[in-house]
Design a protein. Structure first.
Length: 233
């Protein structure tokens, strides 16, 4: 991997250990010449690949200086779309997004450290210069929605000031469980070992480490919890 691309990934929040753990290869043949001429790059690790329909969708719109780095075989991924120039996406090894959708807009970043298990139809959406960084050991139940922005502007009629998030930054700590239909949006920091309950909406909030957030809008129901992948009594 070129040093400039490695430096860009590190600036976006990718851990050096994740980069060093895999051997990265620049994908050339699967993408048209204009993709390369415009300074775009797709790196794949040994054994990693994207479905043909995902590769086809990548080249629907002309973009410049897009960096995509994929470390897992993504056979179950529904889409990986870039919506503008200078988008950066890193998907680590041991990431599974079953029927999942990834969208990264111009000047935005998505970083998923493995392992990530998203059981069904997760949506990961960064735009307007925003970022989503997830550390390792993520468990996301069906229909999780993680988005920096609302995609449309909501403004105060009197002042014209924007009311909803724009270019927000989301950080998910290690060992985070997002339960079914959970929504995480706006400027959000979810601490290590935290749980976002079923159908909770965490919006512009900080969830402490080892806490349970539930409700709409979410509030902290429990602290000092520990969750396990195993279903034990």
């Amino acid at each position: 991997m070129e040093q400039r691309h490695r430096d860009r990934l590190r600036t976006s929040g990718v851990e050096a250990t994740s980069l060093d753990a895999l051997t990265w290869h620049l994908e050339v043949d699967a993408l048209p010449q204009w993709w390369h001429d415009r300074g775009n790059a797709l790196y794949l690790a040994d054994g990693a690949w994207l479905p043909p329909h995902v590769l086809a969708d990548l080249v629907l719109f002309p973009v410049h200086d897009v960096l995509l780095v994929v470390g897992s075989p993504m056979e179950w991924l529904s889409s990986l779309l870039v919506g503008g120039d200078h988008a950066t996406v890193f998907v680590d090894q041991q990431c599974v997004l079953t029927a999942g959708d990834i969208y990264c807009g111009a000047d935005s970043q998505i970083v998923l450290h493995g392992p990530v298990v998203a059981t069904r139809e997760a949506v990961v959406d960064a735009r307007n210069g925003g970022s989503i960084v997830a550390l390792g050991d993520q468990l996301w139940a069906a229909h999780v929605y993680v988005a920096t922005d609302d995609m449309h502007r909501l403004a105060d009629r009197e002042t014209g000031a924007r009311l909803n998030p724009f270019g927000a930054h989301i950080r998910l700590g290690r060992h985070v469980w997002l339960c079914r239909d959970a929504v995480v949006t706006g400027h959000v920091d979810v601490g290590d070992g935290a749980v976002v309950a079923m159908r909770a909406v965490v919006r512009g909030q900080k969830v402490p480490a080892h806490a349970v957030a539930a409700g709409v809008p979410a509030r902290i129901l429990r602290t000092d919890v520990e969750w396990s992948h195993d279903d034990l009594p």
